[in-house]
Write a protein that binds this ligand. Structure first.
Ligand code: MG
Length: 458
């Protein structure tokens, strides 16, 4: 009798364990691949005539390519805070006059913020961060404090921590000195190399990513792969250096494209392609003041640092063969949609008492259903500069990314129709006072719901 009860109990627990395992394996994996300072016009599938990106082009051909995908900020730190938390950076305090975190900054992503990794971990997800972090180096704000079980990469931008005596402008050089920056390479919070050998970073990140995928193929897993490049100083491994028609910038992007191909191939080989959503995008637009070492926003106006389209509209490609119907979409979507999308993939509830700014992209990706029409807000630091509603965009203030000391205030705001005038050349505010009033109303509603977080970029 006792044996049979024990046997039954063990059978029940075995079937429960099977249930949990099967359920966990059903949950889709998520891989976010995040480029740094890559422009809207820098990929073949977004019209670059010179940079070869066959793997990203294939990803786009097999997946859904967005024409109107936005980063949540015009520079690095706030953009990263937003993609991981699903919130405008004003809410977390990860934006401000200093624009990004520096090695001497005291702030970081507050522990109270819930990242995608923290949201997925309780649902059985293995989590890893690879590449650039730039969300804080102090306790509470580091990758392992923010839900990542594994971390391999740089704590901030690759042009920070310059060696004393480094000539001005070295970071934007076509052949930057290998030992010019003392930036460390960290594994799980420990320095493993300093200065990091930047020529082999993309290759080493990629190997680490492939290993993480293979080791966690039983799933589910979340991989946040935030490339160091094509942020200046630009480096490429010997296999890619000097190979592109677009100089070292093109070499770095072509190596990044190779890396994407490696990830997609690994997922396919391991039989994970149909249950892994891979999303590719960039943190902000091209750093135009770097000249040939900065990218291109294509036909969009301005670049990194500005709230013109070139600063925040990014390549956005979703891939999950046999689940996503291949195509191109003009739906407006943004980086803050990835957290709600991740929650839906995991069957996880939204975090309690947290205001999220995105929406689940699942219905669009998997069923081709349009997204709800919603406004999008363009912040520079903690200031709202512009807003988009449908095809209309109003600028309340404008300031070029770098080199214009003060913002120009527009009263009435400038108004552009992004469908007819994607380059924002023809202000039509005078003809559409009703549209401006509608956008102003959307801004009012948004601002009434924003409680600014304690500023972190001091
Ligand atoms: Mg950046």
């Amino acid at each position: 009798m006792k044996t049979s009860i024990l046997l039954r109990a063990s059978l029940i627990s075995a079937s429960l364990a099977l249930c949990v395992t099967a359920h966990a394996a059903d949950r889709a994996n998520l891989v976010i691949i995040f480029a740094d300072d890559l422009g809207y016009g820098d990929l073949g599938c977004y019209g670059s005539p010179t940079i070869r990106t066959p793997h990203l082009d294939r990803m786009a051909a097999e997946g859904l390519r967005f024409t109107d995908f936005y980063s949540a900020a015009e520079v690095c730190t706030p953009s990263r805070a937003a993609i991981l938390t699903g919130r405008y950076p004003i809410r977390s305090g990860m934006c401000g006059n200093r624009r990004v975190l520096f090695p001497n900054s005291a702030g970081g992503l507050p522990p109270s913020e819930i990242t995608i990794a923290e949201a997925l971990k309780p649902h059985g997800y293995a989590t890893a961060h690879i590449g650039k972090w730039h969300l804080g180096i102090h306790p509470g704000g580091r990758p392992l404090d923010q839900g990542f079980e594994h971390s391999f990469g740089l704590p901030y931008s690759n042009d920070m921590d310059a060696r004393p005596g480094l000539p001005r402008g070295a970071s934007g050089s076509p052949d930057p000195p290998h030992d010019g920056w003392n930036v460390p390479l960290l594994r799980d919070g420990q320095v493993v190399e300093q200065p990091a050998d930047q020529t082999t970073l993309t290759r080493r990140y990629t190997e680490y990513a492939k290993q993480f995928i293979r080791e966690n193929k039983a799933g589910p897993f979340f991989l946040y792969f935030a490339h160091t490049f094509p942020h200046v100083p630009l480096f490429a491994s010997t296999a890619f250096k000097g190979q592109s028609r677009a100089g070292i910038y093109g070499d770095a992007v072509e190596e990044l494209d190779w890396s994407v191909g490696q990830i997609l191939d690994t997922l396919t080989k391991e039989g994970l392609a149909q249950r892994t959503l891979v999303f590719f995008t960039s943190d902000n637009g091209p750093w135009l003041i770097m000249g040939n070492q900065g990218g291109s926003a294509g036909l969009l106006r301005d670049g990194k640092g500005s709230t013109w389209e070139g600063g925040m509209r990014e390549p956005g490609i979703a891939w999950m063969p046999s689940r996503i119907r291949p195509g191109v979409t003009a739906e407006l979507a943004h980086a803050m949609d990835l957290l709600p999308t991740a929650l839906a993939l995991a069957g996880a509830p939204a975090p309690d008492r947290v205001t999220l700014d995105g929406t689940d992209l699942g219905p669009l990706l998997f069923e081709g259903r349009p997204l709800p029409q919603r406004p999008f807000f363009y912040y520079r630091g903690d200031q709202l500069f512009a807003a988009r509603l449908g095809q209309w965009k109003a600028h309340f203030k404008t300031q070029t990314g770098y080199g214009q000391p003060k913002a120009e205030v527009h009263e009435p705001p400038l108004l552009f129709h992004l469908g007819r005038d994607p380059s924002e050349k023809r202000d039509v505010a005078g003809d559409h006072p009703k549209v401006i009033a509608e956008i102003q109303e959307a801004v009012k509603i948004h601002q009434a719901g924003v409680v600014p977080g304690e500023p972190q970029l001091k």
